[in-house]
Design a protein around this ligand. Structure first.
Ligand SMILES: CCCCCC/C=C/C(=O)SCCNC(=O)CCNC(=O)[C@H](O)C(C)(C)COP(=O)(O)OP(=O)(O)OC[C@H]1O[C@@H](n2cnc3c(N)ncnc32)[C@H](O)[C@@H]1OP(=O)(O)O
Length: 390
C-alpha cells in the first residue's frame, strides 16, 4: 500500500490539476466498465479452479449473479415447491430483482476474487482455520455464555480501520461457531463508534482509486454479509454516540440497548457518500420512509430516546447504570435454551435474507461511484485537514 498524503496534495493542486485529476478518475471508471466483460470471463474460469467447495449459500449467490449478469432479471417460471434445488436457485436469482447486468457482473467478479484470495491466503498455513487471531483493536471475551466484541480504539472514537473490518469479520465468524449463546458488540470509551475511519481513503494501492474502490467494495460486502448471516442472537450495547456504518448496521441486530448519552448520526450526504449496511432497506422498514429519509439523506442526528421511539433502539438506560443493567439482563437471556433462540432468530431473518444481500450489493455499487466522486474526495479531505467535524 502506498500511503498518499492527500491533505498536502490537495492544497497544492491548481484548478487545472484538479480537473485533469477528475478527467483521469472518469477515464478510470469508464475503463473499469469496459474491462468488466473480460474480468467476468476470467472470474467464470477462476471459479472452476477453486479447490474448496464454497458451500451452498455462496454457490446460490454466484449462480444468481451469473444468471443476472448474462440474462438479466429472472425470466423463468417459478418451480414447484417440491423441486427444492430449482426453487432455491430461482429464489436466489429472483431476489436480485432489476439489478443491472453490469452491476451483477461486477459483483460476481468481486465475489470470486474474494473467494480465490481467501483460498490462497489460507494455503500453506496448516491449522489456519482453527487458530484464534489476536486482535489489535478489538477485545473479544467469552463469559457466562456471552461473547463480547468490544471496539477498542477509544482515542479515535472507535473509528473502524480496514484491519478492524477484517478483524470484526473474524471475530463474528468465531463467535458464530463458539459455545456462547449470545454475541454482543460494544465500544470502549466515550463513543460506541465514529464509523468508517476516514483515513481508510488515504491508503491508495498501486492500481489507484479504481483499485481502492474495488478493494473497499469487497471488504464492505463481506463485512455487512457477516451481520446478515450471523446465526445467533446479536446484541448492540451502544455505550455512547454512534456514527455512520455503526448506526446503519443496527438494523441487522436483534436487540439494540443504548445509553441515554448515545446519539445516532449518518452524515452520508455531508461526506458525498450514500447509505450502506442495508439501511436503505431496513431503516424505511423500521421507522417509515419519511423518518428514514431525514436520517439517511439529510443526516439528522437522533437522541437515544428518539431512536427508541423510531424502533431502531430496543431500550434506553441511564448512562450511570447502563453497563450494570445491560449485562444483568443479557446474562439472564444467555441462560435460555440456545437452539430455540437460534431457531427463532433464523426464522425472523431468513424471510428477508436474500433481499438483504441484494440490498447490500446495490448499496455497494452506488458507493463505488460515490467514492470516485469529487463530492466525496472533498468531504474526506476537509475532515482530514481538520476543516470540519460531522
Ligand atoms: C473500507 C471502506 C468502507 C466504507 C464504509 C462506509 C462507511 C461510512 C461511514 O461510516 S460514514 C461516517 C464516517 N465518520 C465520520 O464522518 C465521523 C468523523 N468524526 C467526527 O466528525 C468527529 O471526530 C466526532 C464527531 C466523531 C468526534 O468529535 P470530537 O468529540 O470533537 O473528537 P475528535 O474529532 O477530536 O476525535 C478524536 C480523534 O479521533 C479521530 N476520529 C474520530 N472519528 C474519526 C473517523 N471517523 N475517522 C478518522 N478519524 C476519526 C479524530 O480525527 C481525532 O483524532 P486526533 O486526536 O486529532 O488525531
Amino acid at each position: 500500500m502506498v500511503s498518499v498524503t492527500w491533505t498536502v496534495a490537495s492544497f497544492s493542486l491548481s484548478p487545472l490539476q484538479v480537473s485533469s485529476f477528475l478527467v483521469q478518475q472518469m477515464h478510470m471508471s469508464q475503463t473499469a466498465m469496459r474491462a468488466s466483460h473480460k474480468d467476468f470471463e476470467t472470474a467464470v474460469n477462476q471459479m472452476k479452479l477453486l479447490k474448496k467447495d464454497p458451500g451452498n449459500e455462496m454457490k446460490l449467490k454466484l449462480y444468481a449473479l451469473y444468471k443476472q449478469a448474462t440474462e438479466g432479471p429472472c425470466n423463468m417460471p417459478k418451480p414447484g415447491v417440491l423441486d427444492l434445488i430449482s426453487k432455491a436457485k430461482w429464489d436466489s436469482w429472483n431476489a436480485l430483482g432489476s439489478l443491472p447486468k453490469e452491476t451483477a457482473r461486477q459483483n460476481y467478479v468481486e465475489l470470486v476474487s474474494s473467494l480465490s484470495s481467501s483460498e490462497s491466503s489460507s494455503q500453506g498455513k496448516p491449522g489456519a482455520d482453527s487458530k484464534q487471531p489476536g486482535y489489535e483493536t478489538l477485545v473479544v471475551t467469552s463469559e457466562d455464555g456471552i461473547t463480547k466484541i468490544m471496539l477498542n480504539r477509544p482515542t479515535k472514537k472507535n473509528a473502524i480501520t480496514t484491519q478492524m473490518y477484517q478483524d470484526i469479520v473474524l471475530a463474528l465468524e468465531a463467535a458464530g461457531k463458539d459455545d456462547s449463546t449470545i454475541t454482543v458488540l460494544t465500544g470502549n470509551g466515550d463513543y460506541y463508534c465514529s464509523g468508517n475511519d476516514l483515513n481508510n481513503f488515504t491508503d491508495i494501492p498501486p492500481g489507484g482509486i479504481e483499485e481502492q474502490a474495488k478493494n473497499n467494495a469487497i471488504l464492505l460486502r463481506n463485512f455487512v454479509g457477516c451481520f446478515i448471516d450471523f446465526p445467533k442472537p446479536l446484541v448492540a450495547a451502544v455505550n455512547g454516540p454512534a456514527v455512520g456504518i455503526s448506526v446503519t448496521l443496527l438494523g441487522l441486530f436483534d436487540i439494540v440497548y443504548a445509553s441515554d448519552r448515545a446519539t445516532f448520526h449518518t452524515p452520508f450526504t455531508h461526506l458525498g457518500q450514500s447509505p450502506e449496511g442495508c439501511s436503505s432497506y431496513t431503516f424505511p422498514k423500521i421507522m417509515g420512509p419519511a423518518k428514514a429519509a431525514e436520517m439517511l439523506i439529510f443526516g439528522k442526528k437522533l437522541t437515544a430516546r428518539e431512536a427508541c421511539a423510531q424502533g431502531l433502539v430496543t431500550e434506553v438506560f441511564p448512562d450511570s447504570t447502563f453497563q450494570k443493567e445491560v449485562w444483568t439482563r443479557l446474562k439472564a437471556y444467555s441462560k435460555l435454551p440456545p437452539n430455540a433462540m437460534r431457531t427463532s432468530k433464523q426464522l425472523i431473518r431468513n424471510v428477508e435474507r436474500e433481499k438483504l444481500h441484494a440490498t447490500n450489493s446495490e448499496e455497494i455499487s452506488a458507493l463505488q461511484g460515490r467514492w470516485r466522486s469529487e463530492e466525496c474526495t472533498n468531504a474526506v479531505m476537509n475532515f482530514l485537514s481538520r476543516k470540519v467535524k460531522l
